[in-house]
Design a protein around this ligand. Structure first.
Ligand code: ATP
Ligand code: MG
Length: 265
């Protein structure tokens, strides 16, 4: 674990929380009650109930099992067909403003997240959503980038960044808003190995709750709980050693088969 006052030194290979960055420290309780999400006659989330209060939770499952959809429901970006999602007492599908302060999501595809032309504008936008004036948000975005050793990125056009750099901008724009729960949907599919290692160490140092969606279970080392979903339902939920063992065994078996019909969707 890295000390909380460390900064990113050029070529140091270390990324940790800059001391100027304040964060919320409480782990919010998230409850999903009989959650159902249907789209075009397809049931994508099929009656999921969960109580989440651990600091590090992994969410695993095959392609099309509903992980990204569940993530979007938890942060209130889409409304459930039925059921409820409460994060720290807030009904996220009804109170968007409070939901934005409670839950942040880094999308699987950065192009689905980034909407502004420059890095500073992108980060400032999130901050303005939490009630800051435009000028306050721009200043805080600049300070945040500088604190991460990326001050020179402020005027960079986002479209000119590489995929991994875009992932980092998405991550920084969510972290700048200091949500209590951070949902990361395949955050390491873009960044290169050194950036991934730095991000992992940085994420490890965070006090906030993290829900990590990944196909690479090596990123789930040291996690408190793993939830495995399949066809929109919970297949297994519990301690990592128990769930991952079973999950990996099943994935291996499915991989031995030439049958592609179990691809959801
Ligand atoms: N916008 C959409 N329109 C129609 N169907 C959708 C849409 N988004 C998701 N789905 C369907 O919902 C199901 C779950 O998709 P989701 O993206 O949540 O899966 P996932 O578990 O995140 O998969 P992956 O591991 O590939 O990222 C899939 O069958 C998918 O086809
Ligand atoms: Mg997904």
């Amino acid at each position: 674990m890295i000390g909380t006052n460390d900064r990113l030194a050029p070529n140091s290979g270390r990324l940790s929380r800059p001391s100027a960055i304040k964060t919320g420290t409480e782990i919010p309780v998230t409850t999903l009650s009989n959650l159902v999400y249907r789209l075009n006659e397809q049931t994508i989330i099929d009656n999921i109930s969960l109580r989440l209060s651990e600091k590090r939770i992994g969410l695993v499952g095959c392609n099309g099992s509903g992980k990204s959809t569940l993530a979007r429901l938890i942060c209130g970006l889409i409304k459930p067909t039925s059921g409820k999602i409460i994060v720290d007492g807030i009904d996220v599908s009804k109170d968007r403003k409070s939901a934005i302060e409670k839950v942040g999501i880094i999308f699987q595809n950065p192009d689905h997240q980034i909407i502004f032309p420059t890095v500073e504008e992108e980060i400032a936008f999130g901050l303005s959503q939490t009630g800051q004036s435009d000028s306050e948000a721009r200043k805080e975005a600049r300070d945040f980038l500088s604190a991460f050793g990326k001050g020179d990125w402020r005027d960079k056009p986002v479209h000119a960044l590489s995929e991994g750099q875009k992932h980092l901008v998405c991550l920084l724009s969510v972290l700048a808003m200091k949500p209590q729960l951070i949902i990361l949907d395949e955050p390491f599919s873009g960044p290169d190995l050194p950036t991934t290692r730095r991000l992992l160490r940085y994420l490890e140092s965070l006090k906030e709750a993290i829900l990590l969606i990944t196909h690479d279970v090596s990123f789930l080392t040291g996690f408190d709980r793993i939830i495995w979903i399949d066809a929109g339902r919970i297949l297994m939920d519990g301690a990592p050693e128990k769930v991952l063992d079973e999950f990996l065994g099943t994935m291996e078996l499915r991989g031995q088969s030439d049958d592609f019909t179990d691809f959801a969707g």
